[in-house]
Design a protein around this ligand. Structure first.
Ligand code: ADP
Ligand code: MG
Length: 628
């Protein structure tokens, strides 16, 4: 028997490992199963290239809990270690065998999918165990070795009679960590970290029901048998070639990933690249609707089929974190901070690759089946609009397929929209004026008025639409957006109506004076306009600029600080050609004049949803009086 000291460069590394290496103690299991997987894949590689002349067979990894003895066993049928190798790979900490293996078999082992890198994975066992044993038998013709260490820097190494190839790790779980002896806890961890690892993982057995034999009686119970309980799917969809997968396979994999999710995804994007970085994965577009917040943290990041995290911030562009699915890349550095990650060249490339793939997929969906794309638009638009706002590269591509629905449910691209409105909807400066509504019910009167004039009105109702509009106005030449109840609409009205006012200048002057006596001018700017006599007598519009600033503030507009207390300001447009206005002008009794103005203002406010509280109560009272 050999004894010795573990060769560590830092004195007493164990307390360090226990406390600081990983704040998450549970990852020890992931590390040990990764090692077992590596050991199995290495053997597979060596048999493939003829260097190991043994039967590879159908190896699996087994996890066993011995609650009585307070032990956890991780058993593999991989390449094993000779005593010398234990000496080298285990006793010389910070010596990553995986790295050495990859170095030695550089060219042939590139695609072997080996996980280990840091050389401290094995020692994470001491985060939960007082004592750790390794019993291992190499595929080489040498006796098995038995290594024991109680968490100090000394170990024992002796021969063992283990006959079958492979390694068994025995953890003597310490008192504080006894939850790791619960089946339910181990099951939970296996599902979280190992669900898609490439070697079958057995945890206990399960009862399987067999078909009844032909001659069985009605009341006979169906026969059952005990079978290995394999907890993982060793070849998940993302590891396969897109050409080998059907629509059903993608949907099936989505259910595997999100068993509690009953809604089907809208479509998927298969990521698959091996140069200049290695990345595979499948992203899904779920039905998103209007909500942007609750959807995050659904994309899972894997490295060689080992789950790492479901926080992909910094790796996937922000706007795509609303998607779901899996990304698997061994090239993402994980032992660094997130802010460093964003500056990392490889990660930047990965991020822009993903963006490009998503844009290409959307583009092909748009081209190949526009009707279907239109149907899905309302469920995917937040992602696309958010992407157009935040990534210029994405904007360029999305500009060709982003849709702008009208209030009548026609879906137009921006180009189509421009073409459609270029004759009629230009203002005095020949700028294209895009009219839009944000709520069909609330802005009904304004929509109707605009449609009467033959204008096209869009329905833009996503939460970030004011930001998007701002972006479109700055990136497109000569386009301005106006909400149907916004003030710029006057420009359009004035332009296409050469209506002459019924009132003389003096009459206008007097009318304005009368109106301003009743109407609070701190909130309303009174504007007299000569319009069609059928157009509304009083109309309230809000300066487009001001409303948009407010909206952007609410949805977190960048750089909009300090505008928190902007006053409410509106325009009151008075149609001098309307009979009611003539009536107001001609009213001789002051009280009558005031009553008419008040009532008209309230009606205008009502149509803008601005009449509330006491004002509304007064209005209703006054109205009842009037019809009495
Ligand atoms: P890494 O996995 O990054 O190489 P670890 O600390 O996890 O570092 O493991 C150290 C080394 O110990 C491995 O590289 C491997 O050579 C050896 N080893 C660990 N577990 C096993 C195992 N189950 N079977 C064979 N060798 C193993
Ligand atoms: Mg390891």
């Amino acid at each position: 028997m050999a004894t010795g000291n573990i060769n560590v460069s830092v004195e007493n590394i164990f307390p360090l490992i226990k406390k600081f290496l990983y704040s998450d103690h549970e990852i020890f299991l992931r590390e040990l199963i990764s090692n077992a997987t590596d050991a199995t894949l290495k053997l597979k590689h060596l048999t493939n290239i003829g260097e190991a002349k043994v039967e590879y067979g159908n190896p699996m990894i087994e996890i066993k809990v011995d609650k009585e003895a307070k032990q956890l066993h991780i058993i593999d049928q991989g390449l094993g270690m000779t005593a010398d190798e234990v000496q080298k790979y285990i006793n010389e900490v910070a010596f990553s065998g995986a790295e050495e293996f990859l170095e030695k078999y550089k060219d042939s082992a590139k695609d072997a999918g080996i996980i280990g890198h840091f050389g401290l994975g094995f020692y994470s066992a001491f985060m939960v165990a007082d004592k750790v044993e390794i019993i291992t038998k190499s595929y080489k013709d040498e006796p098995a070795a038995h290594w024991t260490c109680d968490g100090s820097t000394s170990y024992t190494l002796e021969a063992h009679d283990k006959a079958e190839r492979g390694t068994e790790i025995i953890l003597h779980i310490n008192e504080e960590e006894e939850s790791f002896l619960e089946d339910s806890k181990i099951s939970e961890l296996l599902t979280k970290y190992n669900k898609f690892m490439p070697i079958p993982i057995k945890f206990g057995t399960k009862t399987e029901t067999l078909p009844k034999p032909e001659d069985a009686k009605e009341e006979d119970p169906a026969p059952t048998q005990e079978v290995d309980n394999i907890i993982n799917n060793p070849s998940p969809a993302w590891t396969k070639q897109p050409a080998d997968l059907k629509e059903e396979d993608y949907k099936g994999f989505y259910r595997e990933l999100y068993p509690m999710q009953f809604e089907e995804p809208l479509f998927n994007i298969h990521l698959n690249v091996d140069y200049p970085f290695n990345l595979t994965g499948i992203l899904y577009f779920p039905k998103l609707g209007q909500d942007m917040s609750i959807q995050k943290d659904k994309i899972q990041l894997y490295q060689n089929q080992v789950f790492v995290t479901d926080n992909v911030e910094g790796i996937v562009p922000e706007f795509l974190t609303m998607l779901r699915g899996v990304i698997d890349s061994p090239d993402i550095p994980l032992n660094v901070s997130r802010s460093y990650l964003q500056a990392d060249g490889a990660v930047k490339k990965i991020s822009s690759y993903i963006t490009r793939k998503v844009a290409d997929k959307l583009s092909s969906l748009f081209k190949n089946d526009r009707e279907d794309f239109e149907k899905k638009w309302n469920d995917i638009k937040v992602v696309i609009e958010y992407g157009m706002l935040s990534e210029d590269k994405f904007f360029e591509k999305a500009d060709k397929f982003a849709l702008y629905p009208t209030v009548d449910d026609t879906y137009l691209t921006f180009e189509e929209l421009q073409e459609k409105i270029k004759e009629q909807q230009t203002d005095k400066d020949n700028k294209l004026v895009v009219l839009y509504a944000s709520n069909k019910d609330e802005q009904h009167a304004y929509i109707a008025a605009a449609k009467d004039k033959g204008y096209e009105v869009l329905l833009l109702d996503s939460p970030i639409v004011s930001h998007l509009i701002q972006k479109l106005e700055t990136s497109k030449e000569n386009v301005s957006f106006v909400r149907v109840d916004g003030d710029h609409i006057d420009n359009l009205i004035k332009k296409d109506e050469e209506t002459i006012s019924k009132l003389s200048d003096e009459e206008k002057e007097a009318l304005k004076g009368d109106l301003e006596k009743v109407i609070p001018t701190t909130t309303y700017t009174v504007q007299l306009e000569a319009m069609d006599s059928t157009a509304s007598p009083f109309m309230i519009t809000q300066p487009e600029f001001m409303r948009r600033m407010k909206e952007m503030q609410q949805t977190g507009g960048g750089g909009m600080f300090g505008m928190g207390n902007m006053p409410e300001m509106y325009n009151l447009i008075v149609n001098t050609n309307h009979d009611l206005i003539t009536q107001i002008k001609d009213a001789t009794a002051e009280a009558e004049k005031e009553r008419l103005i008040k009532q008209s203002l309230d009606l205008a406010k009502l149509s803008q949803n601005l009449l509330k509280g006491e004002e509304l109560t007064d209005f209703i009272k006054r109205s009842f009086e009037m019809i009495k």
